[in-house]
Ligand binder design. Structure first.
Ligand SMILES: *Cc1c(COP(=O)(O)O)cnc(C)c1O
Length: 435
């Protein structure tokens, strides 16, 4: 395939909204979020303290598409369309008849797909007069993305970073500081929620669930402040569909269509991004054989081992209850290097798709994943984020299966970010110290 780069003018001008397709072709939607006190569906107005109206509308929208604002398209144009590449050297090494394509999101200024939603979120907040965005971050990818987006739109940004990462992975903290954000190790003494975690769990290294509670508390108690989330919510997944929409156009140019789409899954946003445009085809009857595979770490296996039920999105129980596959909101996963995959739940949309068997899921252990990452780096040169390496591990599985079955197949996966700030983890792997 020669032309894997779209021209700027061929970049999508609207996001794809999967709930439209679920409603139209399946006649069913994920169950709505509930008020944690009354256990009744929450009205959109309950979210106005946290999010701008436009994002709340997107959260419940059943429109087919959501237009991308011109200001956001202009900012996208500095790094999008992202390249669609073929991993032909990996194919050769594996001796597989499968063709392997990947969408490389690591070429964004912050090194991951997270900027795709940080930009529209900052844009809509700015438009409604918000001056401070608060958020949480695990390994720091989302925090860096929101810090940059806030800088572009001239807003303040306050990031609660999971303490374990804050202390052990300092470089993304530096990135956030460079962009001008305020970064606080969570749990902190800045919030009531943080103080409560510290007294209940002295010495805790924190979790995403705790950091979310802190960020929400600051947002609701500070005038002019809103909260932003980097995954899980419908509007976040919708923004990420730009990945799959571009990929589809890029593949069409080469006359190919995937048999299987693979993505790693923390909250589900990069997986949704790469797969929803193809799942829309499947739902409308145009790609009935298409498979989508979510890949998660064995240490935080929410889809493969969790329960499908209503649960809180944070540890302090401040968020609406969401119907999702969950390990329980008090679950603190063991500290693995793929920090972006350490979330106790999954997005309601991805959970619903898995429940409806429109998606498959699988889990791998850390060393297995890093071995796949090394194989990929040696074949293609790109050093993947440990999160993205989960997808690569499954891609190798798919390619080997194609070889055993002697079948051609087209694999597409999301390489959600680069791993150049994760070299400490790679070093530990190479030295054999990884558990
Ligand atoms: C945050 C992150 C993930 C996990 O989040 P999703 O919402 O599941 O995509 C995966 N890869 C990278 C590089 C990340 O930064």
């Amino acid at each position: 395939m020669k032309k894997n780069i779209l021209k700027k003018r061929e970049m999508p001008d609207a996001y794809l909204n999967l709930p439209y397709y679920l409603n139209k072709y399946l006649g069913e939607l994920p169950e709505p979020p509930l008020d944690p006190k009354t256990k009744k569906p929450i009205g959109p107005e309950a979210l106005l303290r946290l999010f701008p109206l436009e994002l709340i509308k997107q959260e419940v929208s059943l429109e087919k598409e959501i237009p991308i604002p011109d200001e956001v398209r202009e900012l996208y144009a500095s790094y999008r369309p992202s390249p669609l590449l073929r991993a032909s050297r990996l194919e050769k090494i594996l001796g597989t008849p499968a063709s392997i394509y990947f969408k490389y999101e690591g070429a964004s200024p912050v090194g991951s797909h997270k900027l795709n939603t940080a930009l529209p979120q900052a844009y809509y907040n700015k438009k409604e007069g918000v001056s401070l965005l608060t958020t949480e971050t695990g390994a720091g990818q989302w925090g860096s993305a929101l810090a940059l987006a806030c800088r572009f739109f001239n807003m303040k940004c306050k990031v609660f970073m999971v303490k374990g990462s804050y202390e052990q992975k300092p470089y993304r903290k530096t990135v956030m500081h460079l962009y001008g954000a305020d970064v606080i190790a969570s749990p902190s003494v800045e919030t009531q929620a943080g103080k409560a975690f510290l007294s209940r769990l002295p010495g805790t290294m924190g979790s995403l669930g705790m950091a979310i509670s802190e960020a929400i508390e600051v947002a609701v108690t500070t005038p002019g402040a809103h909260y932003a989330l980097g995954s899980v919510l419908n509007h976040v997944l919708t923004h990420q569909t730009i990945i799959g929409l571009e990929a589809k156009r890029q593949m069409e140019k080469g006359g190919v269509y995937p048999d299987v789409v693979v993505g790693c899954c923390g909250g589900g946003s990069n997986l949704a991004g790469i797969s929803f445009p193809f799942l829309a085809d499947k739902l409308s009857g145009n790609a009935s054989a298409l498979r989508v595979v979510a890949v998660e770490p064995e240490s935080c296996p929410s889809l493969t081992k969790g329960e499908y039920r209503y649960d809180s999105a944070d540890t302090a129980g401040m968020t609406p209850l969401m119907k999702m596959y969950t390990m329980g909101s008090g679950f603190v996963p063991s500290p693995i290097h793929a920090g972006g995959l350490r979330y106790h739940g999954d997005s309601p949309l991805v959970s619903f798709l898995y429940y409806k068997k429109l998606m498959e899921a699988t889990a791998y252990g850390q060393r297995d994943v890093f071995a796949a990452a090394r194989k990929f780096a040696q074949a293609e040169g790109i050093i993947p984020a440990p999160e993205s390496a989960h997808a690569i591990r499954q891609v190798i599985e798919e390619a080997n299966r194609a070889k055993e079955e002697g079948k051609k197949k087209t694999i597409l996966f999301s390489l959600s970010g680069h791993g150049l700030l994760d070299l400490g983890a790679y070093e530990e792997f190479l030295e054999g110290g990884m558990v």
